[in-house]
Write a protein that binds this ligand. Sequence first.
Ligand SMILES: Cc1cc2nc3c(=O)[nH]c(=O)nc-3n(C[C@H](O)[C@H](O)[C@H](O)COP(=O)(O)O)c2cc1C
Length: 204
Amino acid sequence: MKVVGFCGSPRVKGNTEFLVGTALEQLQKQGIETELIRLADKKIDQCSGCYACVNTKECSIEDDFQELFQKMMEADGLILGSPVYHSSITPKLKALLDRAGFLCRWVANDMKSGNSSYQWKGTAFSGKVMAPITVARRAGQNFAFAQLLLWATVNDMIVVGSNYWNVGVAGTGGKVDADQDAEGIGIIRHMSDNMGFVLKQLKK
Ligand SMILES: Cc1cc2nc3c(=O)[nH]c(=O)nc-3n(C[C@H](O)[C@H](O)[C@H](O)COP(=O)(O)O)c2cc1C
């Protein structure tokens, strides 16, 4: 079993990375293999809306997306973490999710013509377990958190919650201080315990 954590912050070793790392460490304690991927290190352009993937089942833009999509495909669970930027997830994470979300649908389905209605066969991510994490200094968590939830739930994934929303409060004045957010750390660890439980149940 493997969980891949995507850190959507442009800041390496920032608050988001700390919390995604916290989640992955907790999964490791349950014997689950993990990998952290920093989008800061990756080139991911936005979806061009070319619709080529509908037919080719591949993304036409050649950058680091192909490698990341492969990582997503191989994972049993995904943790998607983002700092809150003006009440939203970061543009790079959005670009990854737009492209991966569109492609995973057309890998598993064909475009209908005219008015014929869809009977979706799921997506390439069907049944994968997903947990969102957002980090903000003060406000805007709900919208960014909802963006991640909506992405997972349209893509036939199983969302894991915690004993509170999986959010961290950190970063006043640009500080890297998520390690001071004891409540957030506890929520994230509980989320990882839930994710490990769900993954093990699904593998039975
Ligand atoms: C461009 C920008 C926009 C931000 N927008 C918000 C916001 O809407 N609400 C908020 O509470 N914090 C906001 N912040 C603060 C970050 O969410 C916060 O510092 C977070 O901890 C940064 O995480 P990181 O260290 O992983 O980058 C913003 C920061 C930046 C740089």
